[in-house]
Design a protein around this ligand. Structure first.
Ligand code: SF4
Ligand code: SF4
Length: 188
């Protein structure tokens, strides 16, 4: 894994763990946990380095799993076009996107888990909600605004700085995860 990305992930995970523990000890309800995968149908963005990491992880998977991810990228692309959304537009209309209910290609829908959990992007690592249960996430098409846990600016700045110091910082642009991954796996 790219060292700068690995550093950003490790740093973020430490900070996030502390923040969540503190928030929960102060009475916050944060229902996020294993097998809760509704957010994997939401929009997630990546920068180039993160997409590279994900693609590398997919290439190292057994053939059947790899194929599953490729099929997932194809399904996502077809779903976007079917919903009248441009897959190359990084800011899709969220209401339409949520209605289309498009799964991330890395989601194992039977296991309700991420097939690339160790290298999931910061967008996924940072996605926690303030709620008593996951119902706002499960009902995303009808919940236009969701109350997410806010990470302090210091953490956000550290993440951004670390990612921007990677080799291709100048060309980093955020892209929709399934599109960026699909491009790297030959899905057009
Ligand atoms: S963000 Fe929502 S769907 Fe995702 S883990 Fe948390 S509660 Fe579950
Ligand atoms: S990369 Fe993993 S955690 Fe992130 S949206 Fe996709 S399946 Fe979910």
């Amino acid at each position: 894994m790219n060292r700068a990305v690995r550093t950003a992930y490790a740093q973020f995970d430490v900070e996030a763990k502390m923040l969540l523990r503190k928030a929960r000890s102060e009475g916050a309800h944060i229902p996020c946990g294993p097998r809760c995968d509704h957010c994997c149908y939401d929009v997630a963005w990546v920068v180039d380095e993160e997409a590279d990491e994900l693609a590398e992880r997919v290439r190292s998977m057994p053939a059947a799993k790899r194929e599953q991810v490729v099929r997932g990228c194809e399904a996502w692309l077809a779903g976007m076009r079917g919903a009248g959304l441009d897959p190359d537009k990084n800011r899709p209309d969220l209401r339409t996107y949520h209605r289309a209910h498009l799964a991330c290609p890395l989601l194992d829908r039977e296991a309700h888990s991420c097939m690339a959990y160790a290298v999931r992007p910061l967008a996924c690592r940072a996605h926690y909600v303030n709620a008593t249960d996951p119902s706002p996430c499960a009902n995303r098409a009808n919940v236009p605004v969701i109350d997410t846990v806010e990470f302090p600016d210091s953490i956000r700045r550290a993440m951004a700085t670390i990612l921007q110091t990677t080799t291709r910082a100048q060309t980093a642009r955020d892209m929709l995860l399934p599109r960026a991954l699909g491009e790297r796996l030959g899905v057009r």
